[in-house]
Design a binder for this molecule. Sequence first.
Ligand SMILES: Cc1cc2nc3c(=O)[nH]c(=O)nc-3n(C[C@H](O)[C@H](O)[C@H](O)COP(=O)(O)OP(=O)(O)OC[C@H]3O[C@@H](n4cnc5c(N)ncnc54)[C@H](O)[C@@H]3O)c2cc1C
Length: 419
Amino acid sequence: MRGNSKTVAVIGAGIVGVVSARFLQREGHAVVIVEAGNPGEGASFGNAGCLNGSSIVPMSMPGMIRQVPRWLMDPLGPLAIRWSYLPALAPWLVRFWRAGQPEKVKAQARALRALLAPCLDVLRPLAKEAGAEDLVHRRGHLWVYRSEESWRSERAAWALRRENGLCWEEFHRDALRELEPSLSRDIVKGVLVRENGHTTNPQRLVSCLLEAVLREGGRLERARALGFELDGARLRGVRTEAGLLAAQAAVLCAGAWSKPLAEQLGDAVPLETERGYHLMVREPEARPRIPIMDAERKFAATLMEDGLRLAGTVELAGLKAPPNWERARILLQQAHRLFPALRENYPKERFSVWMGHRPSLPDSLPAIGPSRRSPDVIYAFGHGHVGMAAAPMTGKLVAELISGKPPSIDVKPFSPQRF
Ligand SMILES: Cc1cc2nc3c(=O)[nH]c(=O)nc-3n(C[C@H](O)[C@H](O)[C@H](O)COP(=O)(O)OP(=O)(O)OC[C@H]3O[C@@H](n4cnc5c(N)ncnc54)[C@H](O)[C@@H]3O)c2cc1C
């Protein structure tokens, strides 16, 4: 090992954890990944797989609040709240609403662009080394609209993308059908961002990266992390169900479950979970070549290795409530309207459903940076809707911070102490 190399405990084997571990190894550190469940089976399991440098539009936008009642009243709508959870959720909602002020939104978008734009360039070499290059593609991402009016209703989002240097092409009727023949004739406009990419199996991508970590001498500890042992501000180790794991540095990347561990280090981070669902159709009758976002219904359709994945919706109900599988089944009804070749119902052997916990901070930016009590513990959580795309640069930043190198991009906007 090199002179300044450390033993680093990486808490959480989601996409952020495995990418961080790979970058730490490249810097000469020894890594132990601590995982409470099965690696890659948190939010990183069932997402839409989009690796979009264009995902820079924060969730809280000016004027969004006006749309919320309509979304909540629509049983097929993209947003649901469990009312029993509202008292616990209220402080986060207030922060979320405040984050949607125009000047704040501009700053959030700039920060997200810096984090997301290099996504494919940073990820591809890692995927290649891990034998997973076949899982990462650059074919663009297509937003589709049923009317010019609905396209115009998103002009603030597209203006933000333009301000941040994003380019796109617009397709109408026949040209759109030629680009993506599976789409319904109700779709009148498509907007293609060519720089975007996707993975055709997020979970297998995590597994391949984890295997690469283990091949390079990393270790996987199957145990829950319970807390930290500090000597003053210096880290001595991570307390786990399996005992104390001695480490000179740690990365907290336990996704939506990171909050109680950060609290132990003096950081009251307003982390919530935006639960999302997917429904996968095996051997689908529609096979879109490019990942598609239904801009009105707010779900993505991505052709994966093992079927067509319809993913999206936001449900605010916390970490403990059981899934409401109706939220997943709704996606199929929506998708039938987008791809007429799909059925509205399938026998159970033809589809599967999943629910996952997006780790979300109210300003749509992750927390990346040292903890309040110890510079040895680096946070890397709260990536919300964009964790797959943000993980490559996050992992790079984590390794730079732990190695005492200047970070590749400005990390101030992601300060865990900004709240
Ligand atoms: C429906 C849906 C669609 C999405 N689509 C996209 C998309 O297209 N593109 C995109 O970029 N993002 C997307 N996302 C978001 C993305 O999936 C997440 O932001 C990302 O997976 C978060 O990764 P993570 O590594 O932080 O967390 P996770 O993948 O949740 O991993 C955290 C890990 O930490 C472990 N853990 C928790 N507590 C402990 C503990 N105490 N000790 C040890 N281990 C612990 C968990 O078991 C888990 O394995 C989507 C999310 C959803 C739900």
